[in-house]
Design a protein around this ligand. Structure first.
Ligand SMILES: [Zn+2]
Length: 381
């Protein structure tokens, strides 16, 4: 990776390159924008540029970039460079040597993680020119940790850059936000996303790239995951078939269909994480891994139902799941826009419960019953 290989985000990249080229890097940035746009990825690439042993076009505002090959670049990429640290909220799954961490919406940054950032900030630089400390989803810090971090921001050690990322900057301490230079990230435009995906995954068919670009709603990282893990798209297709089958199923089938939905969550986990280890973690994690996967699967299910709603309203050009249009049209023919909207809302409500502590099996079954009822009968909107 390098800044130039990151899809989209031209304005933030230009601003960062200018700071590097002119030697005017501030003590702290706050990267703001919707979740999963790649803000942390840009932060890591900027850390590489700042520490690269042979940067490309170092005085160019348009093209300055890391070499992506020197020891510093490689170590930063691998997370083993002493002067660059990235912390993010994770949940731990499994135990002992087989512990796996994964990002999860409900996870928060721990006091220990922020403590590690502060300790690193106060250590002498070992090999790099710039110490870069990245705190992803900074709004999940607790107030105690935030206050400790504030002290570091007030008296930043020389040569240290803090990069905070947040999709909800209003939840940050105002005294923290005001000490950071703000950099705004936006969803990547469909045209830029398609062009970038084609360049990075040339083996993918144009139809697949188009579908994935739409499904990802301007989030390049998510689009690349889908393109590089085609089994994940298979799971999405099975989910489309499941939703499409609901109007014709008897109510008594809801138990089995709920189990089918739960099994799709397992299949999704294995597709995204791949390998035998993923299946193993799934077995050992209680319901934690299923819960993480189910949040993703319900995101997809909500997008399918929103597409059905759009088709009921005649808004076909805004449909995301373009590759399964005929199936979605047949579902739309049997329901109304308001019922499809209520079905999508029901999915999002269950998603909130799943992020809490709801029983997964029961939640799947109840959701199936609700969506079944809403899609079944053409009703007056
Ligand atoms: Zn380099």
């Amino acid at each position: 990776m390098s800044l130039s290989r990151i899809i989209g985000h031209e304005q933030p990249k230009r601003l960062l390159r200018r700071a590097f080229a002119e030697g005017r890097v501030p003590t702290a940035y706050l990267f703001v924008g919707p979740p999963n746009l790649g803000k942390s990825t840009v932060a890591v690439e900027f850390a590489k540029l700042l520490n690269c042993l042979s940067p490309l076009a170092p005085s160019s505002v348009a093209e300055a970039d890391c070499c992506d090959a020197c020891e510093a670049c490689q170590r930063i990429q691998a997370g083993s460079f002493a002067d660059v640290l990235c912390v993010r909220p994770v949940v731990r799954i499994g135990s002992g040597a087989q512990t796996q961490t994964t990002e999860f919406e409900g996870a928060v940054l721990t006091t220990d993680q922020i403590g590690e950032v502060i300790t690193r900030a106060n250590l002498h630089r070992t090999r790099g020119r710039h110490k870069v400390l990245i705190i992803a989803r900074a709004e999940t810090m607790n107030p105690e940790a935030a206050n400790r971090l504030l002290k570091t921001l007030e008296e930043p050690p020389e040569g240290t850059l803090l990069i905070l990322t947040s999709s909800n900057p209003s939840a940050l301490l105002p005294t923290i936000a005001s000490r950071c230079q703000r950099v705004v990230f936006h969803a990547v435009s469909p045209g830029a996303l398609v062009a970038g995906l084609r360049a990075q995954v040339p083996e993918a068919t144009p139809e697949l790239v188009e579908t994935v670009a739409r499904l990802s709603s301007g989030r390049p990282g998510w689009a690349l995951t889908l393109l590089r893990k085609p089994r994940a798209l298979d799971v999405r297709r099975r989910l489309v078939d499941l939703v499409a089958s609901l109007p014709d199923q008897p109510l008594i089938a809801s138990l089995a269909l709920g189990e089918e939905l739960l099994s799709l969550c397992e299949a999704w986990w294995k597709a995204i994480n791949e390998g035998d280890e993923a299946a193993d973690v799934l077995q050992r994690s209680g319901d934690r891994a299923r819960r993480v996967a189910m949040v993703d699967v319900l995101d997809l299910m909500a997008s399918i139902l929103r597409d059905v709603m759009l088709l009921c309203e005649g808004g076909e050009e805004r449909v995301l799941n373009v590759d399964v249009l005929p199936t979605l049209r047949s579902v739309a023919a049997g329901t109304s826009a308001s019922r499809a909207r209520r079905a999508a809302a029901a999915v999002q409500q269950v998603q909130r419960h799943i992020r809490g502590n709801a029983n997964l099996k029961l939640a799947c079954e109840l959701l199936i019953v609700q969506v079944m009822e809403l899609l079944r009968v053409r009703a007056v909107a």
